[in-house]
Design a protein around this ligand. Structure first.
Ligand SMILES: *[C@@H]1O[C@H](CO)[C@@H](O)[C@H](O)[C@H]1NC(C)=O
Ligand SMILES: *[C@@H]1O[C@H](CO)[C@@H](O)[C@H](O)[C@H]1NC(C)=O
Length: 539
């Protein structure tokens, strides 16, 4: 079962809690065995060490269907502890499977651990990547596509073909050198290049004239936003991170770090080859990479120049972001319209304003949120919380709004009651773009604006058809507001997707809790749970 994707139909699976049983008939199981190793590749033309999964760079794609049970036995053959996170997969009741240091002990070198999670009602384009250390800068990332079960309709016809494009910025320095640089207190330089599916040249996607294709595009980079475009072709946006959008047509699209989207493209231009281009946003200089859209039968190479895209133009990007809206009549994964949830009319129970900053603590570069630069304790927060282990974290380290005072190192956890409806305001007072992610839930991105947020900004929110997604860009010297219904009990990572920022402290956890112990709201620790730090395997 090496590159294992064994599909086993399980016809009857029953979970019983007390006297109540939940029967899940025919939820299929997909088993994967993934061996993580180092290898040598030359993504920018120079050989360098990268992280491979089953010998592949990027890692193997997961093609799932809603309700699939995904089991990934991850065998760690590199010399450092490792975890992989399933970016944006909601892990209902199962923060144990989220693959971040706040929820699990890392998988030690020469050992393995099996993740088990179910893909729920989130049809769309996703990714996975290593969440530990700077591993993501060397590889260990891949595509995770969630398709709909046959009984569920999506608001577009079945495409004639599918292309998955993972766009990433790339450094010739490996993760160890990058980490050393950050540990010594220096920020990262601009990346050396951009890759599409791990390559900087020679990649071609072949389609037929007159047919239409689904392009799944993700930014799996660690530092820069990208703009994506296809020469001579318009793209119809149909989905972002599990939300089906109004089908707007774009010449080019911005995709920020950690984000994913799906577009449809009809091949109706003259039969020849065309450039597919990705270029960095908000950087000087601008890095560009290209691949080829090859029309079957074409003997004509694509013609230069490359189609141009926006480079600095922050306002352009903010305007484009506001055009991405939810199709209120489209079906979500459940057979009810995704807009039936009237997110704009629900009273907000709490507002959080999370302000990021770059600072120095003990003379070294650190990144903070509301003055706290996150440090991972040796005991995962989730285990400390479940087994009531004291001295690992408290709810007083971080304030829920910016306050004056010194910057500190700490383990930030914010506490919420299950089903609270929370307004998160990400305030970026820095001159670089931010990309914030929330695990365990999607959130409605109701507003983007420049300057400092205040309550009057709520008048400008989109309360009707904002998209719900897992990763939100925050423009330089600007704010982004999102509304989240915290319906998923657990310990959830809120992180900067800009990886040097997260590595040096820009993350925190949100604990969603109620005192009722019920398997309907949260699962027990998995039988194979790893224990470390102060957490000992219960006997
Ligand atoms: C490790 O791999 C073995 C063999 O494939 C498997 O039987 C075992 O369950 C795995 N261990 C964990 C903790 O997942
Ligand atoms: C929204 O979804 C509906 C239902 O699937 C579809 O018929 C319609 O074309 C979509 N509207 C737009 C503007 O994308």
């Amino acid at each position: 079962m090496k590159q294992g994707n064994l599909l086993i139909q399980v016809f009857l699976l029953a979970y019983c809690f007390g006297s109540v049983c939940v029967i899940n008939a025919e939820d299929p199981y997909r088993f994967f065995t993934w061996t993580v190793t180092y290898g040598t590749r030359s993504p920018l033309g120079v050989p360098q060490q990268v992280i491979l999964i089953n010998g592949q760079f990027p890692g193997p794609p997961i093609e799932g269907v809603t309700n699939d049970n995904i089991l990934v036995n991850l065998i760690n053959k590199i010399d450092e502890p490792l975890l992989i996170t399933w970016n944006g997969i909601k892990q209902r009741r199962m923060s144990w499977q989220d693959g971040v240091l706040g929820t699990s002990c890392p998988i030690q070198p020469n050992s393995n651990w099996t993740y088990h999670f179910q893909l729920k009602d989130q049809i769309g384009t996703y990714t996975y990547f290593a969440s530990t250390s700077m591993h993501r800068a060397s590889g260990a990332f891949g595509a995770l596509n969630v398709n709909q079960r046959s009984v569920i309709f999506v608001p577009y016809h079945k495409p004639d073909g599918d292309f998955t494009l993972l766009v990433s910025d790339w450094y010739k320095m490996g993760h160890k050198a990058l980490r050393k640089r950050l540990d010594s207190g220096r920020a990262l330089p601009l990346p050396d290049g951009l890759l599409i599916n791990g390559a900087s040249k020679g990649l071609a996607f072949t389609g037929e004239h007159g047919k239409f294709y689904r392009f799944r595009i993700s930014n799996v980079g660690i530092s820069t936003s990208i703009n994506f475009r296809i020469q001579g072709h318009m793209m119809t946006l149909v989905e972002v991170e599990g939300s089906h959008t109004l089908e707007e047509v774009y010449e080019s699209l911005d995709v920020h770090v950690g984000q994913s989207l799906t577009v449809l493209v009809t091949l109706k231009a003259p039969v020849k080859d065309y450039f597919i281009v990705a270029s960095t946003r908000f950087t000087k200089p601008v890095l560009t990479t290209s691949a080829i859209l090859h029309y079957k039968g074409s003997k004509t190479r694509p013609s230069r120049p490359l189609p141009i895209g926006p480079t600095y133009h922050i306002h352009w990007s903010m305007k484009q972001a506001r055009t991405i809206r939810l199709n209120l009549t489209a079906n979500a994964a459940r057979p009810n319209p995704q807009g039936a949830f009237h997110y704009g009319t629900i009273p907000i129970s709490q507002t959080l304003v999370l302000a990021n900053a770059r600072t120095k603590i003990n003379g070294k570069l650190r990144y903070t949120v509301n003055r706290v630069s996150y440090v991972n304790p040796t005991t995962p927060l989730k285990l400390a919380d479940w087994y009531n282990i004291p001295g690992v974290f408290d709810f007083k380290t971080i304030k829920n709004i910016p306050t004056p005072g010194p910057s500190i190192l700490g383990t930030s956890v914010l506490d919420f009651a299950l089903h609270e409806y929370v307004e998160f305001v990400f305030q970026n007072n820095e001159r670089s773009i931010q990309s914030w992610h929330i695990d365990g839930t999607n959130a409605y991105v109701v507003g983007y604006g420049t300057g400092t947020w205040n309550v009057a900004m709520r008048k400008r929110y989109n309360y009707v058809d904002a998209v719900s997604r897992h990763t939100f860009q925050v423009y330089p010297m600007s704010w982004t507001s999102v509304l989240a219904s915290l319906d998923n009990k657990g310990m959830w990572n809120v992180r900067s997707q800009i990886w040097s920022r997260r590595y040096l402290g820009q993350e925190l956890y949100v604990r969603v809790w109620n005192n009722e112990r019920s398997l309907y709201t949260e699962a027990e620790p998995p039988l194979n749970a790893l224990y470390c730090g102060k957490a000992k395997r219960p006997v």
